[in-house]
Design a binder for this molecule. Structure first.
Ligand code: DX5
Ligand code: ZN
Length: 214
C-alpha cells in the first residue's frame, strides 16, 4: 500500500524539518488536511502553506478538503500545487459538477465519505473519480481511534470495484497504526494516511515500511 503522512501531526515550528524527515522515509506523498471550522469543528491550514511546500519539495500532494462549498477553492488548490483534491460527498450539493471542475484543473479527484455516509451515495459518479477516501474516524482531529465497523464498508467498496472492473483507489484516513493498516490491507485498501502514529515514531522509515504492509 502507499503511505501518506498527515501533516496535521507535524511540528509547525519545524515544518521543513519534519517534511524533510518524511521525504527521507520513503513516503509516497504528503496528506494535507484542510479544515474550515464549519464542516468540521476545527481549523487548520490553507493553500498558502501548501504552495510553499510544493515549491520546496518534490512530493505528491494529497489534499483533503474538510470544508463546506469546496467548489470555491478548487482553483486555489490547483495553483498551490495539489496533485489530488479530495472533497467530502456530504459537503457537495452538486457533486458531479465539482468532480468535473477538479478534472478541468488537471488534478486527480478523490471523494471522501464520513463514517455514517453509505457508499451508494456516490455510485452514480464512481466511474468518474480516481480515489474513494473512507474516513475511519469522524473528521476534524488527529489522534482518534479507528472505527472497526468501517472494514465492512471497505469490503463492500472493494467488491463493487472488482465486480465492475473499476480502477479507483481506496484510501483510508484516521486511526491508522500497524494493526489497523494490516486489517485495511486485508480488506483491499490501496493507500493509508497516518498522522499521529507515524509522526511520533522514532524510525519513520521502518514505520512507513510496516504501514505499507509490502
Ligand atoms: C482527520 C484527518 C486525518 C488525521 C489523521 O480529520 O483527516 O488526516 O490527521 O490523523 P491520525 O492518523 O492521528 O488519526
Ligand atoms: Zn485527512
Amino acid at each position: 500500500m502507499k503511505v501518506y503522512p498527515s501533516l496535521l501531526a507535524a511540528n509547525f515550528l519545524n515544518l521543513q524539518r519534519d517534511i524533510e524527515r518524511l521525504n527521507q522515509s520513503a513516503v509516497d506523498g504528503l496528506h494535507y488536511d484542510v479544515m474550515d471550522g464549519q464542516f468540521v469543528p476545527n481549523l487548520s491550514m490553507g493553500p498558502f502553506i501548501l504552495k510553499q511546500i510544493d515549491a520546496a519539495f518534490d512530493l505528491f500532494l494529497d489534499v483533503h478538503l474538510m470544508i463546506e462549498h469546496p467548489d470555491r477553492y478548487i482553483s486555489d488548490y490547483a495553483n498551490a500545487g495539489a496533485d489530488r483534491l479530495t472533497v467530502h460527498a456530504e459537503a457537495c450539493t452538486h457533486l458531479h459538477r465539482v468532480i468535473q471542475q477538479i478534472k478541468s484543473h488537471h488534478m486527480e479527484v478523490g471523494i471522501a465519505l464520513n463514517p455514517a455516509t453509505p457508499i451508494n451515495s456516490i455510485l452514480p459518479v464512481i466511474k468518474d473519480i480516481d480515489c474513494v477516501l473512507i474516513m475511519t474516524v469522524n473528521p476534524g482531529f488527529g489522534g482518534q481511534s479507528f472505527i472497526h465497523s468501517m472494514l465492512e464498508k471497505i469490503d463492500e467498496l472493494n467488491q463493487f470495484r472488482a465486480h465492475h472492473d473499476l480502477s479507483f483507489v481506496i484510501e483510508v484516513d484516521g486511526g491508522i497504526n500497524d494493526e489497523t493498516s494490516r486489517l485495511c490491507h486485508q480488506y483491499g485498501v490501496d493507500e493509508v494516511v497516518s498522522g499521529s502514529y507515524l509522526l511520533a515514531s522514532d524510525d519513520m522509515t521502518d514505520t512507513v515500511k510496516r504501514l505499507s504492509n509490502d
